[in-house]
Ligand binder design. Structure first.
Ligand SMILES: CC(C)(COP(=O)(O)OP(=O)(O)OC[C@H]1O[C@@H](n2cnc3c(N)ncnc32)[C@H](O)[C@@H]1OP(=O)(O)O)[C@@H](O)C(=O)NCCC(=O)NCCS
Length: 263
C-alpha cells in the first residue's frame, strides 16, 4: 500500500517578538490575565511589509533542505491559509514561483484553523492513490494585521499571531507514515469565529461603513469555541485510534493545536 511519509519539516516565524506587557500599551489587558487564560507569554508578529507568502516560502525551503530533495521533484503544492497576501490568487502560486519549480499544480485551502490538517489530508490522498510521489504541504498565517488592537478586540488580539510550517510528503512503501486523517466541520457555528469582510455578497466588497462598524475584524465567541474544542478534540482523537485499532496507551506524543494551553 502507498503511504505518505513526512520526510522533511520546516518552520518560519517573524523576528519581531511581542510580549504580553507590550500589548498592555495598546489595550486594557495584563500579563497575568493572558498567561492564566492561555499560557501565552509572547508571540511573533510580522513587521510592516512582510506577508504570509514570505513565511511560507522560508518554511518550505527548510523542509526541502531537511528532506534532502531536489525541488523539481515536487509534484504538487498545497497551502492551508486564510490570510493570503492578496484576495486572490493564493499563497501557493507565490511559493511555486519563488521555489522556481516547473508549472505543477498549486492551490490554497481555506479551512480556517484546521487548514493544515485538511491540506495534509489532501496531499496524503494524492500519494495513496499513486498519482503523486512528492507533495509540499504548508500551513501559513499572518493574523496580526487583521486584529482590532483596541480593548474591544483584546480577546482575539492576545491569542493570534504569525508563522508557517511546511512538510515534504513522500511516497513510501511500508507500514509507517500517515495512518489516517479525520476531517469534520459544523457550519452552524460559523459565526462563533468568523470575519465578515471583505465580502463578495456586498458591493463594493469593502466599504467605509464596513470599516466604521469594524466588520473587517475577526470576531470570536471565546467561550463557545473553548467548549467545542474540549468536546470535539477527544472525540476525534478516539475516532483516529479506533480506525487504526490503537489505544491511547500506544501514543507517545500528542501535538495539539496551540491556540490555548488550557484547551
Ligand atoms: C478567549 C478565552 C481565553 C477567554 O477566557 P475566558 O475564561 O473564557 O474569559 P471570558 O471570555 O469569560 O472573559 C472574562 C472577562 O475577561 C475579559 N477579557 C477578554 N479578553 C481579555 C484580555 N485580553 N485581557 C483582559 N481581559 C479580557 C472579558 O471581557 C470578560 O470581562 P467581563 O467579565 O467584564 O465581561 C477563552 O474563552 C478561550 O481560550 N477560548 C478559545 C479560544 C481559541 O482557542 N480560539 C481558537 C483559535 S483557532
Amino acid at each position: 500500500m502507498n503511504r505518505a511519509k513526512i520526510q522533511g519539516i520546516g518552520y518560519s516565524v517573524p523576528d519581531r517578538i511581542v510580549t504580553n506587557s507590550e500589548l498592555e500599551k495598546y489595550m486594557d489587558t495584563s500579563d497575568e490575565w493572558i498567561q492564566s487564560r492561555s499560557g501565552i507569554k509572547e508571540r511573533r508578529w510580522v513587521s510592516s511589509g512582510m506577508g504570509t507568502s514570505d513565511l511560507a516560502i522560508d518554511a518550505s525551503k527548510k523542509a526541502i533542505q531537511m528532506a534532502d530533495i531536489d525541488p523539481q521533484t515536487i509534484d504538487l503544492i498545497i497551502v492551508g491559509s486564510l490570510t493570503s497576501d492578496y484576495f486572490f490568487p493564493g499563497v501557493s502560486a507565490q511559493v511555486q514561483d519563488a521555489l522556481g519549480i516547473s508549472p505543477i499544480g498549486a492551490f490554497d485551502v481555506k479551512a480556517a484553523c484546521s487548514a493544515f490538517i485538511y491540506s495534509l489530508s489532501i496531499g496524503d490522498q494524492f500519494i495513496q492513490t499513486g498519482k503523486f510521489q512528492t507533495v509540499l504541504v504548508i500551513g501559513a498565517e499572518v493574523q496580526s494585521t487583521a486584529l482590532d488592537m483596541s480593548t474591544k478586540g483584546r480577546d482575539m488580539a492576545v491569542l493570534f499571531a504569525d508563522g508557517a510550517g511546511a512538510v515534504i510528503l513522500k511516497k513510501h512503501d511500508g507500514d509507517s507514515g500517515i495512518l489516517s486523517t479525520h476531517l469534520h466541520c459544523q457550519g452552524k457555528f460559523l459565526k462563533e469565529l468568523w470575519c465578515e469582510g471583505p465580502a463578495s455578497r456586498e458591493n463594493p466588497r469593502l466599504s467605509v461603513d464596513m470599516l466604521k462598524e469594524g466588520r473587517h475584524f475577526p470576531y470570536m465567541n471565546g467561550r463557545e469555541v473553548f467548549k467545542n474544542a474540549v468536546r470535539r478534540f477527544p472525540e476525534v482523537i478516539q475516532e483516529a485510534l479506533d480506525e487504526n485499532d490503537l489505544s491511547i496507551d500506544d501514543i507517545s506524543l500528542i501535538i495539539p493545536h496551540q491556540a490555548n494551553e488550557r484547551i
